[in-house]
Design a protein around this ligand. Structure first.
Ligand SMILES: [Ca+2]
Ligand SMILES: [Ca+2]
Ligand SMILES: [Ca+2]
Ligand SMILES: [Ca+2]
Length: 471
C-alpha cells in the first residue's frame, strides 16, 4: 500500500511540474502578429524596402482560432522599418503572393477558404480558391479569378502566377496539372497534366495527394517551370512540345538533391544562370543548383540552427536572400556571408516578397555570379539543441504533423513536456485501473464487476459470470 502512495505522490508531483512548465511557457510566449510588431523589436535593422508575407493558418476557418486565439491565415505587409502597412485575415490560408505591375504597392495573391455545405449547395463541404489583387496602401481589392473545389486532402492552390495582362498560370495541386486561363473569357487555353509524363505509382498517394504540385513559374524564354513536391523534382515544360526531360532537377527519393521542395526560382543566364534557387523544405535548407554542360550542380546552400521547413527563398538584386522559414516562424534576410541581417517573426509563413525587387528572384544574381559561400549549421553536431535531438530521433513527417496540431505558442520543449505529462497520466491511470477492485471484463459483451478477492466477499448484485477473469 505504501508503494502505491509513494507512486501516487510521485505521479502528482511530476504532473504539477509539467503543467507548471506549460503554463510558464504559455505566459512567456511572445504576442502574436501584428501586436508583436506593434510592440516593437522584432524587425531590425531597417530593410531596403517593404516586405509582404502570406501565412498559411491551420485548416478550416476558426479551428485554429478556437484553440489558440491566433488568426487562421494572414496577408501581412511591413514597411522598411517594420511598421505594419497592411493586414488582412479574411481567408483561411494565404499562399503565393507576388508584386503586381499595376502599382508599386499592389500585389496579387492566391488564398483559400472553407465553405459550409449550405454555401456549397451540396451535401459535402467545399473550398474556394481565389486569386485577388490588392493595393496595400489603399486596401482596394479586386477579385481576378476563383474556383470552387470539392473538400479533400490536397485541393488548395499554392501558386498562381501572372502569364500576361489577362492570363494566369495556375499550379493546380487539386488535379495534378498546370493550366493557363484567360481571365476575361474564363477559357483554359493550355494545360499540362502530370499524368501524361509520370506514373501514378510514384509520388504520394494517387489521386488524393499524388504530385502535390505546389509551384509554377513562367521563364523569360517562354518555358514553364513546375515543382512536383512529392516526386522531389523540378521540371521544365516547353509550351509546344511538353516535358524537357534533360532539364529535370532532382529525382524521386534522391533526397541528397531535393526533399519535398517548395518554390523553385529560375535565375536566367543574364543574371549568372541558368540556376534554380529552391527551398529544400524537408532537408531544412535552401539550395541553389547551377546548370553546366547539361547537368545540375549544387552551387550554394544555406541554413542556420533555427531553420525548419523553409518554403520560399528569393535572391534579391543586392545578392542577399529572403528566406521564409515556415516552422521556424520567421522571414529572414540573409546577406552574402550567410548572416541573418533582418528578421520578421510570424506564425507559419508560406512565402514572402520584398517589394521593389521584382517577383521572386527576378532581379537577383546567381550564387556563382555573386560569389556566395555556402554555410551550414549542423543541427546534430556542435549545436546540440533540443530540436536537433528530436529531428535525429523522430521522422521529419511526424514532427511536422505534430507541429500542425499544436498551438502556435508551443515550442519544442513545451511539446516534449506535454508528451511527457500525457505519458505520466496514462501510466498513472493504467496503474489505478490495475489496482482498482473494479475490473473491466470484455465478455458478453462488456461487463463491470467487483473482484471478489479485493474485499474477500462476493457481491452478487454486481457479479456477473461465474469465474474471475484473472489478472
Ligand atoms: Ca511569390
Ligand atoms: Ca510562382
Ligand atoms: Ca522564391
Ligand atoms: Ca517569394
Amino acid at each position: 500500500m505504501d508503494e502505491r502512495r509513494i507512486l501516487r505522490v510521485a505521479f502528482a508531483a511530476l504532473l504539477v511540474l509539467a503543467v507548471g512548465s506549460l503554463v510558464a511557457g504559455y505566459l512567456a510566449a511572445p504576442p502574436s502578429f501584428p501586436e508583436r510588431v506593434a510592440a516593437g523589436g522584432s524587425v531590425a535593422p531597417p530593410a531596403d524596402g517593404a516586405t509582404v508575407v502570406a501565412t498559411q493558418g491551420f485548416g478550416a476557418k476558426g479551428w485554429h482560432l478556437r484553440f489558440t486565439g491566433d488568426s487562421p491565415g494572414e496577408l501581412v505587409a511591413v514597411d522598411e522599418r517594420g511598421d505594419v502597412l497592411y493586414y488582412d485575415d479574411e481567408y483561411d490560408s494565404y499562399w503565393d503572393v507576388d508584386p503586381s505591375p499595376e502599382g508599386d504597392r499592389t500585389v496579387m495573391y492566391v488564398a483559400s477558404e472553407h465553405l459550409s455545405t449550405d454555401e456549397c449547395g451540396a451535401e459535402t463541404e467545399c473550398y474556394r480558391n481565389v486569386v485577388e489583387r490588392t493595393n496595400l496602401s489603399t486596401g482596394e481589392t479586386t477579385e481576378v479569378y476563383s474556383r470552387i473545389v470539392p473538400n479533400g486532402k490536397t485541393i488548395r492552390w499554392h501558386d498562381v502566377d501572372r502569364y500576361d495582362g489577362k492570363r494566369l498560370v495556375v499550379a493546380d495541386i487539386h488535379r495534378d496539372r498546370v493550366f493557363v486561363v484567360n481571365t476575361e473569357t474564363e477559357v483554359i487555353e493550355w494545360e499540362w497534366d502530370a499524368q501524361s509524363d509520370y506514373p501514378t505509382s510514384g509520388g504520394g498517394p494517387y489521386p488524393h495527394d499524388w504530385t502535390h504540385l505546389n509551384d509554377v513559374e513562367v521563364l523569360p524564354d517562354g518555358r514553364i517551370m513546375v515543382s512536383l513536391r512529392n516526386q522531389d523534382q523540378v521540371v521544365f515544360l516547353d509550351p509546344e512540345t511538353g516535358l524537357e526531360e534533360g532539364w529535370t532537377l532532382g529525382s524521386e527519393d534522391d533526397y541528397d538533391t531535393l526533399y519535398e521542395q517548395h518554390n523553385p526560382d529560375y535565375i536566367p543566364p543574364e543574371n549568372g544562370g541558368p540556376a534554380v534557387l529552391v527551398a529544400d523544405s524537408h532537408n531544412n535548407r535552401v539550395v541553389e543548383y547551377g546548370r553546366e554542360d547539361g547537368a545540375w550542380n549544387r552551387t550554394w546552400s544555406w541554413n542556420d540552427s533555427r531553420l525548419e521547413w523553409p518554403r520560399d527563398a528569393d535572391r534579391l538584386p543586392n545578392g542577399h536572400t529572403l528566406v521564409t522559414d515556415s516552422n521556424g516562424g520567421r522571414v529572414v534576410e540573409v546577406n552574402e556571408e550567410g548572416e541573418v541581417v533582418w528578421t520578421l517573426d510570424l506564425t507559419l509563413p508560406y512565402e514572402a516578397e520584398r517589394l521593389g525587387t521584382g517577383p521572386e528572384s527576378a532581379g537577383g544574381p546567381s550564387a556563382d555570379r555573386a560569389d556566395l559561400p555556402s554555410t551550414r549549421a549542423n543541427r546534430g553536431g556542435d549545436d546540440l539543441s533540443l530540436g536537433s535531438i528530436v529531428y535525429a530521433v523522430v521522422p521529419g513527417e511526424i514532427v511536422l504533423a505534430v507541429g500542425f496540431v499544436l498551438p502556435a505558442w508551443m515550442g519544442m520543449a513545451d511539446a516534449l513536456t506535454l508528451a511527457f505529462a500525457l505519458g505520466v497520466a496514462a501510466l498513472w491511470l493504467g496503474l489505478e485501473l490495475y489496482w482498482s477492485p473494479w475490473r473491466v471484463g470484455l465478455r458478453r459483451p462488456v461487463s463491470i464487476r467487483r473482484d471478489p478477492r479485493a474485499t474477500g466477499r462476493s457481491d452478487d448484485g454486481d457479479a456477473e459470470g461465474e469465474s474471475s477473469e484473472g489478472d
